[in-house]
Design a protein around this ligand. Structure first.
Ligand SMILES: [Fe+2]
Ligand SMILES: [Fe+2]
Length: 274
């Protein structure tokens, strides 16, 4: 007898399993939130500022839900394609990433306890998982492994620096540990993107274009940047280790600077009008 098992590929974000503790918002709602976009001023995570603890907690919750989605996304990418579409060795890398992300979920949950927040205290937008729903695996590598896990490299480096300033060794150790994994995940993205598209430059160019769109969105109107004033600092050294060319990092930095200048110009125009 012949058995045919079929499990659904291409799971939509609405089908993700969450219990009643989680509060879903849309990606549009998330990017309309002025607390994330910055109302004009620079908002470095300053240990001397009274609102830093709250911002750090909100960011920690964002990392926690991001880790869940990274686990779900890597799982889908391991499963959704046959070996004519993604090499078996790439599936193994995605499976390894699932293992890492599962640990990150646990670490983030415990860090939430450590910092005084709980599941569902802040909302969840499933932006990362949405990028992991792209039908083309190469676009998932570009949008998720390179753009969004690249962002994770920046965020973990920033949080690790914040931990040093706060003299918080638990936070420092946990961020440093997760950072090492994220560098590996971005490197997997860089390697597989190159490998799969080595004979299809057109597809590679389009995937990198998708990556730029995601990167642009997550510059948060210039809240990410290279200067000390940036609330998320571009982690040049770790990005290089993860297979980013210097020109690619320069490009993200230039985009972020342009976004930042536009934001500051808009806010001073508003201030003048008032
Ligand atoms: Fe992670
Ligand atoms: Fe990751």
């Amino acid at each position: 007898m012949d058995y045919h098992f079929h499990m659904r590929t291409q799971l939509p974000p609405s089908a993700l399993a969450r219990d009643e503790r989680f509060h879903r918002i849309t990606t549009e709602e998330r990017f309309a939130d002025e607390r994330l976009n910055g109302a004009g001023e620079d908002r470095r995570m300053d240990p001397a500022s009274s609102e830093s603890a709250d911002r750090a907690r909100r960011q920690m919750h964002g990392i926690f839900v991001g880790e869940i989605q990274a686990l779900e996304g890597a799982g889908r990418t391991a499963f959704d394609y046959d070996t004519s579409e993604t090499p078996f060795a790439m599936k193994l890398d995605m499976a390894r990433q699932c293992w890492d992300e599962a640990r990150h979920v646990e670490i983030s949950l415990l860090l939430g306890d450590h910092m005084g927040t709980d599941v569902g205290e802040y909302s969840e937008a499933v932006t990362l998982f949405e990028a992991a729903c792209h039908p083309d695996p190469v676009f998932r590598l570009a949008g998720v492994n390179r753009a969004l896990e690249g962002l994770a490299i920046d965020v973990f480096t920033t949080m690790r620096d914040f931990a040093i300033e706060m003299n918080d060794q638990v936070l420092y150790f946990a961020e440093d540990w997760m950072l090492a994994d994220e560098v590996t995940h971005v490197k997997m993205g860089s390697n597989w993107l190159r490998e799969i598209t080595k004979n299809d430059k057109e597809r590679q160019t389009q995937a990198l274009e998708f990556q730029r769109t995601v990167d642009g969105l997550f510059n948060f109107r210039g809240m990410r940047g290279e200067g000390r004033e940036a609330s998320i600092r571009l982690a040049r050294k770790f990005r290089e280790m993860a297979g980013f060319a210097t020109e690619e990092i320069d490009e993200i930095a230039a985009m972020a600077t342009a976004d930042r200048e536009a934001r500051l110009a808009a806010s001073s125009a508003t201030a003048t009008a008032i």
